[in-house]
Design a protein around this ligand. Structure first.
Ligand SMILES: Nc1ncnc2c1ncn2[C@@H]1O[C@H](COP(=O)(O)OP(=O)(O)OP(=O)(O)O)[C@@H](O)[C@H]1O
Length: 240
C-alpha cells in the first residue's frame, strides 16, 4: 500500500453549529406567520455557509434562532455539545457573549466610541484584563487592515471601514461561531466585495464556523456552501 503523498496541514473540520427541525411561527393581529419551517443545517470549523433567499424567505429569522437572539416554536440548536435551545436565559446570554460573534447590516457601532473602543466592547463584557484587551484589539484591527484607524470614530470612517470594525469586534473574543445578517447590505458592490473577501479570509484563517445571509448573487462566490430558503423552507442545503 502506498503512503499518501500529502499530509493535511489543517485541523480536520468539526461540526460546531447544528440545527434540527427549526420552526418559527409568529402570532400577529392578522393571524399566524410561518417564518421558518423545519430547517436543518450544520456548519463546521472554518466553513462559510451563505444563506440566500428572496426578501421575506426567513433568513433573519434563521440567523436569530442560530444565535440565541430568538427561541424557536419547535426544533433544536446545538452549539458544540450544548443544546442552546434548552438553556435558560442566563446561560444563553453567556453563550452569546463567549462563543458567538455577530456582524450587523447597519454595523451596530457605538457613535461616541473610537474604532478601538468599539472593538474592545466584547472583551470588557468578558472582563478581560486591560493589557490583554489592548493586545487583542490591536491584533483584530490589524487583521481587518485598520491598524492605522484605531482612534477614529465611526463617522470618520467609510461604510466599508465601519463594517471592517464590525468584523473586528465580532472576532476579537475568538468566538467559535460568526453570524452575519446581510453584512454588505448597506455597501456599494465594490466595497461589498472587499468586505466579503475579508470575511471569507478571516473565517478560513481562524477556523470560525460562519453563517452569512445575503441577497447578493455575487457574494455566493465566497461561500463554501450555499443554503437556499424559499418561503421559510430550506430548498437546497448546498451539500451537492
Ligand atoms: N417579529 C415578527 N412578527 C411577525 N412576523 C415576522 C416577524 N419577524 C419576521 N416575520 C415574518 O417572517 C417572514 C420572514 O422574515 P425574515 O425577516 O426572516 O425574512 P428575510 O429573508 O430575512 O427578509 P429580508 O431579506 O427582507 O431581510 C416574513 O414574512 C416576515 O414578515
Amino acid at each position: 500500500m502506498s503512503a499518501p503523498t500529502t499530509t493535511p496541514a489543517r485541523t480536520p473540520a468539526r461540526t460546531v453549529l447544528r440545527a434540527q427541525g427549526l420552526t418559527r411561527v409568529f402570532g400577529t393581529g392578522a393571524g399566524e406567520v410561518h417564518a421558518l419551517t423545519d430547517a436543518s443545517l450544520e456548519v463546521a470549523t472554518g466553513e462559510l455557509l451563505v444563506v440566500r433567499g428572496p426578501s421575506g424567505s426567513g433568513k433573519t429569522t434563521l440567523l436569530n434562532l442560530l444565535g440565541g437572539l430568538d427561541r424557536p416554536t419547535a426544533g433544536t440548536v446545538w452549539l458544540g455539545d450544548a443544546e442552546l435551545t434548552a438553556l435558560g436565559e442566563r446561560d444563553v446570554l453567556a453563550a452569546r457573549r463567549d462563543r458567538i460573534g455577530y456582524v450587523f447590516q447597519s454595523f451596530g457601532l457605538v457613535p461616541v466610541l473610537s474604532a478601538a473602543e468599539n472593538v474592545e466592547v466584547p472583551l470588557r463584557l468578558r472582563r478581560t484584563a486591560p493589557a490583554e484587551r489592548a493586545r487583542r484589539v490591536a491584533d483584530a484591527l490589524d487583521a481587518v487592515g485598520l491598524g492605522g484607524h484605531a482612534r477614529q470614530r465611526p463617522y470618520e470612517l467609510s461604510g466599508g471601514q465601519q463594517q471592517r470594525v464590525g468584523i473586528a469586534r465580532a472576532l476579537v473574543a475568538e468566538p467559535e461561531v460568526l453570524l452575519a445578517d446581510e453584512p454588505t447590505g448597506q455597501l456599494d458592490s465594490g466595497t461589498a466585495a472587499v468586505v466579503m473577501d475579508l470575511l471569507a479570509r478571516v473565517v478560513h484563517e481562524r477556523g470560525v464556523a460562519a453563517v452569512v445571509s445575503t441577497h447578493d448573487p455575487e457574494l455566493m462566490a465566497r461561500a463554501d456552501r450555499v443554503l437556499e430558503l424559499r418561503d421559510g423552507t430550506v430548498v437546497d442545503r448546498g451539500n451537492g
